[in-house]
Design a protein around this ligand. Structure first.
Ligand SMILES: Nc1ncnc2c1ncn2[C@@H]1O[C@H](COP(=O)(O)OP(=O)(O)OP(=O)(O)O)[C@@H](O)[C@H]1O
Ligand SMILES: [Mg+2]
Length: 250
């Protein structure tokens, strides 16, 4: 397998990031690099700091030390919306649609907020057409006029991903997009996330379902109690004794 990580400028570069909540250190000196188009899995026990790291990269939390770079620029102090505009999209562990809006309207909101100025110059579709294409792309066309509060769990997961994709990101950070789904539903959503690579999008996927993580990841990173304890080829990482002891052996 070709490894482009060392040769290309990283898209995301997290260097020595520390995050504290009062006296509690949720992340200590964490380094993480994501190459353009790369699929990286992030695993670790409950409370190990995975969502905190996502919140630091997306700008919802301020870091207490280190730097976060995106496409070569230090974005450590940019507010969340500026990071979305730069090309960082994330989905939430608990989907956060606008509940009283329809599926279609939920996508229109994102397109009007950030998707329009991130669209390709040669894209001649109207905003409505692009919204419908996105809705179709995640298999929600039949539900486009339904309010999101009426969706099933898997439909909500699809909408959450569609909202992230609508921002036309360079990197998608998916925080437990597969939680609570059945086996067939996991495959369906995983296919959607894996398909991002064809669009040149990097993906950081946080996930507890190991079969999905192993199918998805080109590289696997392990956080334990706010420390990165492994980062490498998935097969090597899951055979690492420290990883087995701290996480997989649970
Ligand atoms: N806003 C906050 N204020 C205080 N403590 C927090 C806050 N957010 C997270 N924490 C704490 O930081 C630690 C890491 O939490 P985080 O949500 O990042 O874990 P996680 O790896 O995503 O876990 P899970 O697999 O359960 O989603 C936990 O101990 C959590 O209680
Ligand atoms: Mg989490």
């Amino acid at each position: 397998m070709e490894n482009t990580t060392q040769t290309q400028m990283p898209l995301v570069k997290v260097s020595a990031v520390t995050k504290k909540f009062g006296g509690f250190t949720a992340l200590s000196n964490v380094d993480l690099v994501i190459a353009p188009g790369e699929r990286v899995g992030l695993i670790g026990p409950n409370g190990s700091g995975k969502s905190t790291l996502v919140n630091c990269i997306s700008g919802m939390l301020k870091i207490d030390g280190g730097t976060i770079e995106f496409a070569g620029e230090n974005i450590s102090s940019l507010p969340p919306h500026a990071r979305v505009h730069a090309g960082i999209a994330r989905s939430f562990q608990i989907p956060r649609p606008f509940k009283t809006m329809s599926v279609f309207e939920n996508i229109m909101v994102v397109l009007n907020f950030s998707g329009n100025d991130r669209k390709h110059a040669d894209d001649t579709r109207t905003t409505e057409e692009r919204a419908l294409d996105i809705v179709q792309g995640v298999g929600l066309f039949g539900k486009k006029d339904h309010v999101s509060a009426s969706l099933t769990q898997v439909e909500l997961r699809k909408l959450e991903l569609a909202r992230a994709m609508a921002a036309n990101p360079k990197v998608l950070i998916a925080d437990e997009a597969l939680a609570g789904l059945s086996g067939a539903e996991v495959d369906e959503i995983l296919d959607l996330i894996m398909g991002m690579k064809e669009k040149g999008v990097s993906v950081l996927m946080i996930e507890h379902i190991m079969s999905a993580v192993m199918r998805f990841s080109e590289r696997l990173v392990v956080l334990v109690a706010g420390n990165k304890i492994a980062d490498g080829l998935p097969q090597d990482v899951i055979n690492n004794p420290e990883v087995i002891k701290a996480y997989l052996g649970e």
